[in-house]
Design a protein around this ligand. Structure first.
Ligand code: ADP
Length: 541
């Protein structure tokens, strides 16, 4: 009966809480890795933009050189000395080696302008006897010839109004780079100009300050030579670390720019963010599951209680019906005057009063319980003799018990001290235990009551040889309304309140109740009164 609504509530909880949580978690975990990718992409784009600006800058620098040469080139025929001076100035201030100018691809009229201090900047050749100039001239000529296509392309660009610079890797002794561009020549065909640039010097002197500015202490930018990744320049000395992005230098194709974030890299930031989020999601889910379990358990308890209460109502009605039926039957019989013999009459009166007291016991039990529940139960503590109380109960019950075939005995410990206790409450507790012992005995009808004392306690024991209680139920029978519902005792009527009352009474006396029971062999309930307790003052008899 109880299972169905519980199952329903379980399913509802799962659907409204756990299912959305599961979907959310799966979605979040899924989107975590994709947002990681987005962040990485943004990061790479940023690095890309930085390297782009470096490339753009180096082009701007070289363009400014070519513009200067172009502007001054009108002087070449008019005032050749001034022109040569201008070039010398340019060469002195920048990492520029020889400059050559030639009228066209037929290589007519090749002019070479060496830098002012030839030892330092001029491209030199091994001395094998031939004049150095002649060697250089032929080297220039072959470079121009070998790059005819590039130069033709420059003409095409020029016609389109675009001044382009082509860079050529030379195999001259110092690895210098040749930058080729065109010089305006009024209405005639543009002249071809070449400029040898020392790449290392260019990177260190010209690009260096720009790289420092761009890196702003946030990035580390380095320039490396392509073939062997040999580092030529770095913005900040650092132990080797992995490179985040690498780009070719446009003007110096054999060199690469590389960049890395200083300190933690974005990748590791993203990764740690990923793990933190993952852990948070897992914790969230665990909390949710725990919450759902908690709610479910509470609801289960409520449902169980509701079920137990409704059982209680039917149990009580049942218990009340039997004595009522007997009382009305026997009193009607007597009323009609049909019973002649006095003995019979006496027997019937006896039954009526017995059933009436059973009725009042049940009603008292319920009243007592409701007082306890409302916290209104009052106890009247007094100095009492436990043996006396039990003897009274024994005398009252003995006749009835023997009539029902019980061997009913009482073994008092005569040296028992007096206790401070509520005698009515103690009677109530013991009667409840005797009632149970009788109710839950089958073939072997033996009930023994005993009082005794140990070092620091006095106890009352009620022992039967009845059906006993399983270990599992021993833990629960003191709960309110709880009744063992399986097996033979199913038919035995009860309210499930008796032991709850006993337990409460013992708690009020700061004592305890213990149970020793073996299913099929019988049970012993023991009420312990603690002698060390302040509330129990004791006096010797
Ligand atoms: P009730 O007897 O009205 O059902 P109680 O609270 O007195 O309620 O007892 C709770 C349950 O404990 C009983 O339903 C019964 O199953 C079990 N019980 C109590 N006393 C005994 C006993 N002496 N022997 C076996 N079972 C017992």
């Amino acid at each position: 009966m109880m299972v169905k609504p519980l199952k329903r509530i379980g399913i509802i909880l799962i659907i409204i809480i756990l299912l959305p949580a599961a979907f959310f978690s799966i979605y979040e975990i899924g989107s975590l890795s994709s947002s990681e990718k987005v962040i990485e992409e943004i990061y790479n784009n940023q690095l890309d933009a930085i390297l782009y600006s470096v490339n753009q800058f180096s082009e701007d620098v070289v363009s400014s050189w070519t513009n200067k040469i172009n502007i001054n080139s009108v002087l070449e025929t008019l005032r050749p000395e001034q022109f040569a001076d201008e070039l010398s100035k340019l060469q002195r201030e920048n990492p520029i080696k020889q400059i050559f100018i030639v009228d066209d691809l037929k290589l007519e009229n090749l002019r070479i302008f060496s830098p002012p201090s030839p030892e330092i900047k001029k491209i030199s050749f091994e001395n094998d006897g031939a004049p150095e100039d002649a060697k250089f001239r032929s080297a220039v000529k072959s470079l121009v010839r070998n790059n005819t296509n590039k130069i033709i392309r420059l003409y095409t660009y020029r016609r389109g109004g675009y001044r382009k610079i082509e860079s050529v890797q030379t195999n001259l002794s110092d690895n210098s780079i040749l930058l080729i561009f065109l010089l305006d020549n009024e209405d005639k065909q543009p002249r071809i100009c070449g400029m040898f640039v020392d790449p290392i010097n260019f990177i260190r002197r010209t690009l260096g300050p720009k790289l420092q500015e761009v890196s702003q202490g946030k990035f580390i930018i380095s320039v490396m030579r392509g073939e062997n990744n040999q580092r030529v320049y770095i913005t900040e000395s650092t132990s080797a670390r992995e490179i985040s992005l690498k780009k070719q230098l446009w003007l110096l194709p054999s060199f690469n720019l590389s960049i890395v974030l200083k300190g933690t890299t974005i990748q590791s930031l993203v990764k740690s963010r990923y793990y933190v989020s993952l852990v948070l999601i897992i914790i969230l889910n665990l909390v949710l599951i725990a919450g759902v379990w908690f709610v479910f358990r509470n609801i289960r308890q409520e449902i169980q209680l509701a079920q137990i209460k409704s059982d209680f109502v039917s149990n009580v009605s049942h218990e009340l019906r039997t004595p009522l039926a007997l009382i009305s039957m026997f009193s009607e019989t007597l009323e009609m005057g049909r019973v002649r013999s006095e003995d019979r009459k006496k027997e019937y009166y006896g039954i009526i009063s017995q059933e009436a007291s059973r009725l009042s016991r049940i009603v008292n039990k319920i009243l007592s319980f409701s007082q306890i529940e409302a916290g209104k139960r009052k106890y009247n503590f007094d100095i009492v003799d436990i043996n006396e109380i039990i003897q009274k109960i024994y005398n009252t019950y003995n006749f009835h018990m023997q009539n029902n075939g019980f061997v009913f005995t009482f073994e008092p410990d005569e040296s028992l001290p007096l206790l401070r206790a509520d005698s009515e409450a103690i009677s109530e507790a013991v009667i409840n235990l005797i009632d149970n012992a009788a109710k839950y005995s089958k073939d072997k009808k033996v009930i023994n009551i005993k009082t005794a004392q140990s070092n620091d306690s006095v106890f009352i024991e009620v022992k039967d040889e009845g059906i006993g209680i399983s270990a599992e139920n021993q833990k629960r029978i003191f709960e309110k309304f709880y009744r063992v519902t399986s097996g033979d005792i199913h038919n035995t009527k009860g309210t499930g309140l008796g032991l709850t009352l006993v337990k409460h009474i013992m708690e009020a006396h700061k004592g305890s109740i213990s149970l020793f029971s073996t299913p099929g062999k019988g049970s012993t309930f023991r009420l312990n009164f603690n002698l060390n307790n302040d509330s129990i003052s004791m006096e010797k008899k």
